[in-house]
Design a protein around this ligand. Structure first.
Ligand SMILES: Cc1cc2nc3c(=O)[nH]c(=O)nc-3n(C[C@H](O)[C@H](O)[C@H](O)COP(=O)(O)OP(=O)(O)OC[C@H]3O[C@@H](n4cnc5c(N)ncnc54)[C@H](O)[C@@H]3O)c2cc1C
Length: 396
């Protein structure tokens, strides 16, 4: 007979799940390091950044780069070459700080750097990846357009040949870090289909402006890119990317990070609510002692645990043999949806204090609205899963 485990309350959710037993030594070390980076460089400032609607991207990128977090799952060119699971755990810790910080790392490492690493020429890789890994150079990823979000196949940005050169024209919008990037990976239609281009942002004709008045992901820079007669040499094209599978491959990388990241935001909300409920007294007792509060905490911990286990399962599969897009969709659909629900429910436990910047719950809830939409909306992921289950394509 196996002995009964004894747990001494109060037990944090991760200990209830015995999370550490699912991670190896290196994974625990990476998680602890990133948690420390977030505690030191993000938590003391993030509410202020959020309120100001700005982020010191360059300074933060250097900090994150020196911790080895930019492109950490890529091999060579100054990148750490960690497992996918370790990268996921880093995303979890970063998003426990703020979705905007995880977005910075996702866009740099999984969208811009991954595109160059997977599809670029040797010259692209040696020129850009080492300086992007240290955070000296900032990258952005331009796929979405004003009239084409969920359906990038309709993109209007064009790249035409002019003798040996390429000339790009078009507009991209909602581009994270676009207005301070040194290099933009821009996707454009050509006579042979969609192609990717490595565009130094000081190329004449390239313009970028910051999008203001956001109510979500405020600790993140979001921009519009305008390309007018942007002339590039022939070798600016990413030679390994043919068609939409190029950008979609990058998006799958970034979505994988979100599968873990959303769990981090949920954990931060849950821990805040448990702590708050233990000290907030109403009707002469801590609100943690009320059954309705405990039911909320228990339900949230169940969903948090399921999301965490799903993320780890997908991480292990990715490390073994890679993931199909529908598997990534499964993780993103569930984990962002549940994290958002957890953020909203924890807000109710904090009452009026929950709407302030003194606590992170409403900031996380607002951020998760963006996370639900970018890297494929929840509806798109439902349709991807539906397609996998039925063989019927319901997108159009
Ligand atoms: C903060 C932020 C940062 C971003 N960063 C980047 C970035 O760095 N690079 C980049 O390229 N993009 C970026 N995006 C853009 C993001 O990827 C798009 O917003 C997303 O793909 C959705 O596109 P859309 O907003 O145009 O919505 P739409 O495509 O217009 O969709 C609107 C609604 O219609 C639904 N819908 C659409 N088609 C269907 C269908 N066939 N069936 C059912 N429902 C449907 C959608 O699910 C959604 O609910 C960012 C967005 C945000 C908010």
């Amino acid at each position: 007979m196996t002995p009964t485990r004894r747990l001494q309350p109060p037990v944090p959710p991760d200990d209830l799940l015995e999370l550490d037993s699912l991670l190896d030594e290196e994974e625990r070390a990476i998680r602890d390091t990133v948690r420390q980076v977030v505690a030191e460089h993000v938590r003391p400032h993030v509410a202020g950044w959020y309120e100001a609607g700005d982020l010191p991207v360059r300074e933060l990128a250097r900090t994150l780069g020196s911790a080895g977090l930019l492109g950490m799952h890529l091999e060579g060119y100054g990148c750490a070459g960690t497992s996918a699971t370790a990268y996921g755990l880093a995303c979890l810790e970063l998003e426990a700080g703020d979705s905007g910080i995880r977005s910075l790392v996702s866009v740099q490492g999984s969208l811009a750097m991954y595109a160059i690493h997977a599809y670029g020429s040797e010259e692209h890789k040696t020129q850009w990846l080492p300086q992007m890994a240290t955070g000296e150079a900032i990258g952005c990823f331009g796929l979405t357009e004003p009239d084409f979000g969920s359906n990038p196949a309709g993109m209007r940005t064009r790249a035409r040949r002019d003798a040996a050169d390429w000339v790009l024209d078009g507009t991209k919008t909602w581009i994270t870090n676009g207005s301070l990037a040194d290099v933009a990976v821009v996707w454009a239609g050509t006579d042979e289909g969609v192609r990717g281009f490595v565009v130094p942002t000081d190329t004449p004709g390239f313009g970028a402006s910051t999008i203001h008045h956001k109510m979500s992901l405020r600790a993140s820079v979001t921009s519009e890119l305008v390309l007018q007669d942007v002339r590039l040499p022939a070798d600016a094209e990413l030679p390994g990317a043919k068609g939409l599978s190029g950008p979609l491959g990058c998006l799958d990388e970034a979505r994988f990070g979100i599968v873990f990241g959303a769990v981090g935001a949920a954990r931060d909300c849950l821990l805040t609510a448990i702590d708050y409920a233990g000290s907030r007294v109403q009707f002469d007792r801590p609100i943690a002692g009320f059954q309705l509060t405990q039911a909320k905490l228990a339900d949230m911990t169940v969903e948090y645990g399921k999301a965490l286990l799903l993320a780890l399962h997908l991480g292990r599969l990715k490390d073994q043999h890679g993931l199909a897009p529908a598997q990534v969709s499964l993780g993103k659909l569930n984990n962002v949806r549940e994290a958002l629900e957890i953020a909203r429910t924890t807000r109710t436990i904090l009452g009026a204090n929950g709407i302030t910047m003194d606590y992170p719950v409403m900031r996380h809830a607002n951020n998760l609205e963006s996370v639900l939409t970018y890297e494929g909306t929840s509806e798109m992921h439902a349709l991807t899963i539906g397609h996998a289950l039925t063989g019927q394509q319901a997108f159009r």
